[in-house]
Design a protein around this ligand. Structure first.
Ligand code: HEM
Length: 589
């Protein structure tokens, strides 16, 4: 259904073309059957019934044929097909519904993990709606997708369709040559460790800490997920553009009054702000991925991303245009700026004068870097709240290395092994991007751990990898895989496990598309953590402040895995977040 390349906003046309492409063969078959075989008229009541009956018949036939073809091809290549799920309903609709329900109502990615457990495998072809739809928590298969067979997979036209209005043809949306070009544009800038990044963190972290301090002295709970989202938005925008949308200055969710927003807690009067639009456009996009081929029906009356894109563009475009104008004038006057301390915007306008390309380049990085880092800070704070001993030890290390008020630097951060262990362990249990998707361009053979018969992955299959479940596999991490234990990263014998098999820990992915913002993210999170624990000795969870509908359901205690012990509701809309927000009371030092 996705082969036709049209602009992103033409999703209805593409959907219509897809429907026609899907229905034409059974229609012609039914017509031929009626008129040539039965010598009946091709219209009328009975004919209509035959046309309708031919649709499931055609679907069953083509599905059966594709399974047969892939089994035969696997045999020819000395491989076995990826195990296929056998649901109760045609097209495994029951499994599809189970996943969809779980995304709304369940513990983060729980249903996918349980389905894998039920089949006793780490990679499964769910064959949802008769299509090859693979889910995996096998690190070797993920490595094939991300590294060894990188060229056999793509984001594809569907990424452009679902995200194009917001992200243009930026690094997140493109493949092959265009992706290389976009990545080359941003990567050198993100690779550098710049002194000025810490100045940016300083300015915004102090504002965030003052807000926290005000809550602490009023003994009021605060939604730190919301606060970190504002901090990372302002800091990332300042880093990229040299200015911020002042998200930290805008009204915040009110304790005990806040209602459930589309992810965290809702804030009154947020509609139309940059922060709100930036959040909502991502929520819309993740909804599109969930509905997949059918999202055009949901957005039939209009593109739900456009009102938000308008607000975002209204803020970013003039900033980019001003930078381009400034660059033009500098060129005319022969002025050359120092390279090392330019913002990303200033760097981009050196390379291209294409306003759209610069704008989308910036928005792609802003989107990639902001939620994930805010998520990391949120989950670390949660961990510190439920493990006061970890908070105490981390605080001791921070005070030892940075003092009670001093700022951290690149060098000081490297001298804090416990901080590093806490961040690693948080990203293990709560990876910022807990899952990801690629499509296979053609058939691929996937390796198996015991190097026995490889698995056959057909072309045009969707592969969803589950980093969260990979990071919680007991066979790789040990019987205590579900427990938060920073010692894993400090004990040489346990650390050797990961060093021997680095593919088992991939919060930033691996291979050519791995996260280029890793250093920036870890520096930003470390900087904030240092400042947090200098000012506060820890955090107390305030479950009563969680908005209605976001408290962990009591039945989780009887469930499987970490949901039994969780005090919050972790969820995902591509990036991990806490449903309803993380409501804590900071404890002043
Ligand atoms: C804890 C924080 C972060 C985590 C866990 C994280 C994780 C990831 C992951 C898993 C991907 C691969 C996604 C995929 O291909 O499906 C990715 C891509 C990316 N990340 Fe990050 N990221 C973080 C922070 C950042 C920051 C701070 C920036 C920039 C300032 C950034 C910029 C990017 C970009 C531009 C890509 C796209 C790369 C490409 O497709 O070539 N990330 N990140």
């Amino acid at each position: 259904m996705m082969s036709v390349e049209l602009p992103a906003t033409w999703y209805r046309t593409r959907f219509f073309i897809g429907v026609v492409q899907t229905l034409s063969p059974p229609f012609w078959l039914a017509y031929t059957f009626l008129t040539r075989v039965l010598h009946w008229p091709g219209s009328g009541f009975i004919a209509t019934f035959v046309y309708i009956a031919f649709i499931p018949l055609w679907i069953s036939l083509t599905s059966w044929y594709s399974v047969w073809k892939h089994d035969r091809r696997a045999g020819q290549l000395g491989a076995t097909p990826i195990p296929r799920a056998k649901g109760k309903w045609p097209g495994n609709i029951d499994i599809m519904m189970r996943f969809a329900k779980d995304l709304r109502e369940g513990y983060i990615l729980q249903a996918m993990g349980e389905v894998l457990d039920e089949y006793g495998v780490d990679t499964l072809n769910t064959r949802i709606l008769w299509k090859d739809n693979i889910i995996t928590r096998d690190d070797l298969h993920m490595r094939a997708v991300h590294q060894t067979q990188f060229e056999s997979f793509e984001r594809g036209a569907e990424a452009a369709e679902k995200m194009g209005t917001f992200l243009g043809r930026g690094v997140f949306v493109t493949d092959r040559t265009q992706w290389r070009r976009e990545r080359a544009l941003i990567r050198p800038f993100l690779n550098k460790e710049r002194i000025s990044d810490f100045d940016i963190f300083q300015e915004y972290s102090e504002r965030a800490l003052d807000i926290l301090a005000a809550s602490a002295s009023a003994r009021e709970p605060i939604d730190v997920q919301d606060l970190f989202a504002r901090f990372t938005l302002d800091a990332t925008a300042a880093f990229l553009l040299g200015t911020s949308p002042d998200a930290l200055g805008a009204p915040r969710p009110v304790p005990y009054k806040a209602t459930l927003g589309s992810k965290g807690a809702a804030t009154e009067g947020q509609f139309g702000t940059f922060l709100y639009s930036f959040e909502e456009v991502q929520v819309t996009i993740s909804l599109r991925w969930r509905m997949n081929t059918f999202f055009p029906l949901y957005e039939f009356k209009g593109d739900h991303t456009l009102p938000h894109v308008e607000v975002i563009t209204k803020w970013v475009k003039p900033i980019v245009e001003a930078a381009l104008e400034r660059k033009k004038q500098e060129r005319e006057q022969g002025i050359e700026r120092q390279r090392a301390e330019r913002t990303m915007l200033e760097n981009l306008v050196e390379i291209t004068q294409d306003e759209e390309r610069v704008r989308y380049g910036l928005l792609n990085v802003m989107m990639a870097g902001r939620d994930t880092t805010a998520g990391l800070l949120t989950f670390v704070t949660y961990i510190l709240a439920v493990h006061p001993a970890v908070a105490k030890r981390l605080r001791e290390e921070i005070l030892d290395v940075c003092g009670a008020a001093g700022n951290s630097t690149h060098d000081l951060i490297r001298k804090m092994p416990y901080m590093n262990a806490v961040l690693n362990e948080t990203l293990r249990l709560f990876p910022g991007a807990p899952m990801g998707i690629r499509n296979s361009i053609h058939e691929v053979l996937l390796p198996t751990a015991d190097r026995s018969t490889p698995l056959y992955l057909p072309g045009k299959a969707r592969v969803t990898w589950l980093t969260l479940h990979l990071h919680r596999r007991a066979d790789l991490w040990g019987a205590d895989a579900l427990e938060f234990d920073p010692e894993r990263w400090l004990d040489p014998a346990r650390l050797a496990r990961v060093e021997k098999r680095p593919s088992m820990y991939v919060p930033f992915l691996s291979g050519p598309r791995q996260c280029p913002g890793q250093n920036f993210a870890l520096n930003e999170a470390s900087f904030m953590l240092v400042r947090l624990l200098q000012r506060f000795s820890g955090f107390e969870l305030v479950p009563e402040a969680i908005p209605e509908g976001a408290r962990p359901p009591p039945q989780w205690k009887e469930g499987k895995g970490r949901q039994r012990v969780e005090k919050i509701w972790p969820s995902t809309a591509f990036t991990a977040f806490v449903k309803g927000g993380l409501w804590v009371r900071p404890i002043a030092a």
